[in-house]
Design a protein around this ligand. Sequence first.
Ligand SMILES: Cc1cc2nc3c(=O)[nH]c(=O)nc-3n(C[C@H](O)[C@H](O)[C@H](O)COP(=O)(O)OP(=O)(O)OC[C@H]3O[C@@H](n4cnc5c(N)ncnc54)[C@H](O)[C@@H]3O)c2cc1C
Length: 467
Amino acid sequence: MHDTVSGNNSYDLVVIGSGPAGQKAAICAAKMRKKVAVIERKRSIGGVCVNTGTIPSKTFREAVLYLSGLRQRTFYGRGYSVKDQIAMQDLVFRSDAVMAREIEVIKSQLRRNRVTVLEGNAHFLDDHKVEVLSDVGSTIVHGDYFVIACGTRPAHDAQILIDGKRIFDSDQVHELQEVPRELIVVGAGIIGLEYASMFAALGTRVTLLDQRAILLDFADREIVESLCFQLRQLGTVFRLGEKVVAVGFDEDRDRVLARLESGKTVKGQALLYAVGRRANSDQLNLEVIGLQPDGRGKLTVDQHYQTAVPHVYAAGDVVGFPALASTSMEQGRLASCHIFGVASPIPPNLIPYGVYTIPEISMVGATEEQLTRDKTPYEIGIARYAELAKGQMLGDDQGFLKLIFDPVSLRLLGVHIIGDRAAEIVHIGQAVLAMGGTIEYFRDTVFNYPTLAEAFKVAALDGLNKL
Ligand SMILES: Cc1cc2nc3c(=O)[nH]c(=O)nc-3n(C[C@H](O)[C@H](O)[C@H](O)COP(=O)(O)OP(=O)(O)OC[C@H]3O[C@@H](n4cnc5c(N)ncnc54)[C@H](O)[C@@H]3O)c2cc1C
C-alpha cells in the first residue's frame, strides 16, 4: 500500500483536524523531528476553538461586559451602559479581530515547526492511507501513525428546523443580524448558560429550558445557586425539568414557539438550540480501519489516547468529556509523546473548569457533594468579594471564593469561585492542590493588595477560625 503513495505524501504522523488537539499533537511530533501533516477541511485553521467556539464566544463576552457597562452599574446606576443601542456588529467586530490574529499565530506556529497543512476533507482508505478531498482534487497521504482530532459539531434534531436566523445553534450566534429582545435557550449546559447570561447582560429577556432539573451537576451547589440568583436578577427565567417536544414558528405573530412536554408553550423572538454536540467521526470512514464510535460519534481511548487500533490515536472533543480546549491541547501532546516513545507523566487528575457565564465560575478539586458522598470529613472557608477592596473596586459585590480542606491535616481539597476573574485566580489553588499543600500556605503568604487573589488568604483565615 505504502509504495503507491509518493515519498512527498508519506508522513510519520498524520493529524486529522487543526483544532487545539490537532495543533498540539502536530507541533509536539514536529519538535521530535518527525514529518507531520495536519489535514483541515475548513479554509480557516484552528477548529471550533478559534472559529465558532472558545475564542469568538469569550471575545463576545468581553465585548458584552464592556459595552453593557454591567460591572460599572454598581457605581453609576442600573441604567448605565457604554453604548445605548448595542448592535450585533459592535459585539462581533471584536471577535473577528481576535479570531484573525489567533489564526495568524497558529499558522505561524505550524509553519515554524515545518508542519505541512493540507486543505480538504479526510477519510480513511485503509489502515495507513487517507484521501484528502478538496475543491482542487484528491490527494492520498500515507501515515505511519494517525491522531484523529476531528472535533464535534452542534447536535441537531431532525424535527427542529435550524434556520440560522430566528432558530439558531451556537455556531451561528455571530451571524445574527440583531440582538434579540427575547431569547429562548434550549439546553442549559455550559454553552447554553454562557450565551444565556451574555444576552441577559445585554438586556435580552432570556428563558432557559432544560429537561434536567439540576444545572452544572459537576459544580459546587452553592456556586450554582448564586449563578441562578444573579441570572434571575438580570431577568432570566429558568424552566428546569421541562422537556422541549417541538419548536416552531408562528408566522402571523412573528414569534418562535417551544412546546414543552408538560403542555406549556414558551414564546420568544429567537431560540438558541444548544443541546450538546456530536463528534465528526462519522465522516472519516472509520469502518475500514475497524474503529466503531459510540452513538454520539465519540471514540474510546486509553490513558495514552490510543484507540483499539494501535497506530491510531484520538484526542480532543472526539474522545468526549471534558471536551475543553484546555484539555484537548494536553491530550494531543500526550498522544504524540506516547506514539514516539517520549515518556510524559500522566498529569494528576486536577483539571480546572472555567465556565464563562456572567458571572464567571471556576473550580478545581473536590466538591462538598463529592466529599459528603464519599464520607470524607471536610471544613470550608469563604471569602466574599464584597469584603475585598479589589472586589469593591471592580463593582463585583456578589462573588465569593470557597476553600474546602481537611479539618485535621489542613490539606486543601477543592477551590470553588464565582465572580470576576474566577478562571484566572483558580490556578493559585490548583498549584497548592497539585503540591499537596495545606491552607496554612495562604495564611502565611503575603498577597499583592488589593487583588482578588487575596481571597485565598481571607478564606483560609475564615476556615481556620472554624476549627
Ligand atoms: C460555544 C463554545 C464555547 C466554548 N468555550 C470554551 C471555553 O471557554 N474554554 C474551553 O476550554 N473550551 C471551550 N469550548 C470547547 C472547545 O472549543 C473545544 O473543546 C475544542 O475546540 C476541541 O478541540 P479539538 O481539537 O478536539 O476539535 P475542534 O476544535 O472541534 O477542531 C476539529 C477540526 O477538525 C476538522 N475536521 C473534522 N473532520 C475533518 C475531516 N474529515 N477532514 C479534515 N478536517 C476535519 C474540523 O473542521 C475542525 O477544524 C467551547 C466550545 C463551544 C462550541
